[in-house]
Design a binder for this molecule. Sequence first.
Ligand SMILES: *[C@@H]1O[C@H](CO)[C@@H](O)[C@H](O)[C@H]1NC(C)=O
Length: 390
Amino acid sequence: MPSQGFLSLSTARKVFAALGGLYVAAVVLLTIPYFQTHTMFLHAVKIPLFANFDMPEHFGLAPNKTINLKVETADKETLGAWFVLSDSFYHSLPTIPSQPADLIPTALKTHPTILFFHGNAATRALSARIQHYTAFSSRLSANILAIDYRGFGDSTGAPTQPGVARDARAAWNWLIKNGAPADQILIVGHSLGTAVSALLAAELSDEDISPKGVVLLSPFSSISKLLETYSILGVVPLMKPLATIPWVARFVLRRVIHTFETDTLVPRIKGPVLIAHAENDWDIPYSHSEALFDAFLDPHLPPTPELPANAASLSQDEWSALMAQLAQRKEMREKLVTSVELRNFGTVHEFMEGGRKVVYVQSLAGGHDYLGVQEGVQDVIGRTFGLFGR
Ligand SMILES: *[C@@H]1O[C@H](CO)[C@@H](O)[C@H](O)[C@H]1NC(C)=O
């Protein structure tokens, strides 16, 4: 009698063919703008479901500490947003405020404010995001303005790269209009929100407006570079199978509409910058943050020597010159960058450039979504931007 395997060969073949088919279908869909927009922003994923944004208390925030409001954009979209009062301000009130919205201008004048740009998918009421508001308003004594981009949450419209950049500017303008001094606004982005933060920071720098600084939590250097390193659910490397057929990979990359090239924005961003990334981030590898930190550092280093395509053709002397150049770059880098290892937490690298500091925190823990709620990360933010000792 022929023995029957656990999974017959023909079934296994069918399963593999089906998985391969799904993969090809997914890649083809990504080249179609409608699907690409939905996969990248995931704005249709409205988690938590049926959220009542008028009741921030239902998501864990203190009574009347958070004000639900609308922000109008230049192109007439209406964004849902939350303004969270700093705990040190909220607790200084004699009672729970009965008209908290009226307190916004005072809160903006007396406390620093974090303009928070969340990542893709879900809304401003997502539990992981609430934890950020709680921690920022207590440990960092900051107010928070958190918006849902167009197409997200209860906001109107649909997201695009220029659209979310306009949303960011509308949120910034709202804070200024309500009395926030520009230098008391710290722009903080997470994941996709880091690209939005960088766009806003570059635009403000172009206009000689100086925010307190910019914080990029779990950033990526650009969407095309992210596609190269991205793994679906942290398991299936999206572009790896395509890399074997370079023209298909190029075809897909050329069809990226929302390119979010933070790396090319770096030279335009003027004020202090803090980049943070967890080593255990399985969505976006920390190499993206290293690349961004290097982009800030690069103008101060001798140029990277170019390796010829055929390295074997180099003469002994040419090799030595190349090695010397690399060593010089490394030495210069070590002179500029101070690195401090904090045991069990991670490493903080920083350098001064003119009057501004550029910091890169590489933490051991936090994953992709909980990096900003690591107390160690918050403390570096607090110290870098002078949020303590108030
Ligand atoms: C909270 O604010 C609302 C108005 O926005 C007010 O009607 C309500 O009484 C306040 N709650 C408390 C506990 O004061």
